[in-house]
Design a protein around this ligand. Structure first.
Ligand SMILES: Cc1cc2nc3c(=O)[nH]c(=O)nc-3n(C[C@H](O)[C@H](O)[C@H](O)COP(=O)(O)OP(=O)(O)OC[C@H]3O[C@@H](n4cnc5c(N)ncnc54)[C@H](O)[C@@H]3O)c2cc1C
Length: 392
């Protein structure tokens, strides 16, 4: 075992950016999220209130939106980008509009993603752009594309429109030399996303890693898939680039598998997911000279594990193929302490109209409400810092 450790309990560094008032507000909000009951009521009430047009946007904006999002537009995120940048943390502008259904909406979202890439190019504090394929494509078509059944003419035309949008984004990123992540989503649409992402890597990752696909290590098949894809990239002469996450849709995956009677694609236990996640980190690190990867996680043990393995292998913290990433409003102890120690670290900063960001916010709230979830860890850290500042 390596002696190497980073002190992720250093709350003074983790919250250096937060004023006393901001820290107290963060504590209040996380305390509310810590109650599964309040959380469930809050999520349902927010959905309901918005659906019937009640004026709750202001309330959402001042509370949960403020904690987890950068603003409603790229411009509104500027202060956040600068503040994170001052601490050595990059921003990934994440246009978090979900649930759209028309071609016009998909084209608008595609144009907005292109604007984030353009904005990134002008700013050294924005190392990556990101998009979700479901933001620019109808779910039904992605599901048909993933099912491997022959597409009828109408679906074929829709499929081509999706491929064109994905290509337009990646081609633009390539033209500016700006890296971009493609997020991972539900397993029943993921094959279509994976195929498009691989095609984009084949096309645009010849000289440097620009297009990153995402692998959810809660899936039992992903470790094997990672190894196959890297080997294939080697054979085909392009650089494999991947963001590793555990996966955000576990309940939905299990429920659908049970309902439709197929084996769940998700590991049976958290320990099995954790083991595959760390094995994937280790595999990527072993091949770091011919591939690039991002550890997208709030898990302290995995973060510590990767940093220690880098140390053992003599890989410098700022190696251009190794990145750490967290979500805005979460895992600040990891982000700020990694940055202080000169690792490449960035945060997703979601933005968009408040009402459109609600599904994202509800996912964060639900994720944070589980007993062993992030929130108890966050609360403990905030409480420690409040105490250190003699505020509690
Ligand atoms: C920068 C960044 C980018 C992200 N991008 C994506 C993305 O593109 N797609 C996506 O799906 N998610 C994405 N996520 C979310 C991510 O998948 C996780 O949901 C979230 O980060 C929590 O996992 P964790 O690694 O931080 O750690 P932890 O809090 O230690 O792990 C929680 C995770 O473990 C897994 N898990 C929990 N219980 C069990 C169980 N009983 N059995 C099996 N597995 C279990 C689940 O995946 C759960 O989310 C991203 C996260 C970050 C930080």
């Amino acid at each position: 075992m390596s002696e190497f450790t980073l002190d992720f309990q250093d709350t003074e560094t983790a919250f250096a950016d937060k004023s006393n008032a901001q820290l107290k507000e963060k504590y209040r909000l996380f305390k509310m999220l810590d109650s599964p009951f309040l959380n469930a009521i809050g999520s349902t009430a927010a959905k309901f209130a918005l659906s019937i047009g009640l004026p709750v946007e202001g309330l959402i904006k001042a509370t949960i939106f403020e904690q987890f999002c950068g603003g409603e537009s790229i411009e509104e995120c500027s202060l956040t980008v600068e503040a994170l940048g001052r601490s050595g943390i990059g921003t990934i502008l994440d246009y978090s509009v979900e649930g759209k259904t028309t071609d016009e909406d998909f084209d608008n979202t595609k144009d907005e993603i292109i604007r984030t890439i353009k904005r990134a190019k002008d700013d050294p504090n924005i190392p990556f752009a990101v998009f979700k394929v479901t933001g620019i494509a109808p779910l039904g078509t992605l599901e048909r594309m993933s099912s491997k059944k022959k597409l009828d003419a109408k679906s074929q035309a829709k499929c081509e429109r999706i491929q064109n949008r994905v290509n337009e984004i990646c081609e633009y990123a390539y033209s500016l030399g700006q890296p971009v992540f493609i997020d991972a989503e539900d397993s029943w649409i993921q094959d279509a996303i994976d195929r498009m992402a691989t095609e984009m890597m084949e096309r645009y990752n010849r000289e440097k890693p620009l297009i990153y696909n995402t692998l959810q290590m809660y899936r039992t098949d992903r470790l094997k898939h990672l190894k196959e894809l890297r080997r294939q990239a080697q054979l085909d002469g392009y650089i494999y680039a991947v963001k590793l996450v555990r996966g955000a849709y576990m309940e939905k995956e299990r429920e659908r598998a049970a309902e439709k009677g197929y084996p769940s694609p998700i590991h049976v236990s958290k320990a099995a997911t954790d083991a595959d996640y760390d094995a994937a980190l280790e595999y990527c690190l072993k091949h770091v000279e011919d591939m690039a990867f991002v550890a997208g996680t709030h898990n302290e043990a995995s973060t510590q594990f990767l940093a220690a393995k880098m140390y053992e292998r003599g890989i410098s913290p700022d190696h251009p193929h190794v990145f750490f990433s967290q979500l805005y409003g979460m895992g600040d102890n990891l982000s700020y302490i990694l940055a202080k120690n000169k690792y490449n670290v960035s945060k997703y900063v979601p933005y968009g109209p408040v009402a459109d960001a609600v599904p994202y916010l509800i996912r964060r709230a639900e994720e944070n409400s589980s007993a062993a979830g992030q929130v108890s860890r966050e609360l403990e850290l905030i409480a420690r810092e409040l105490k250190r500042r003699k505020l509690a």
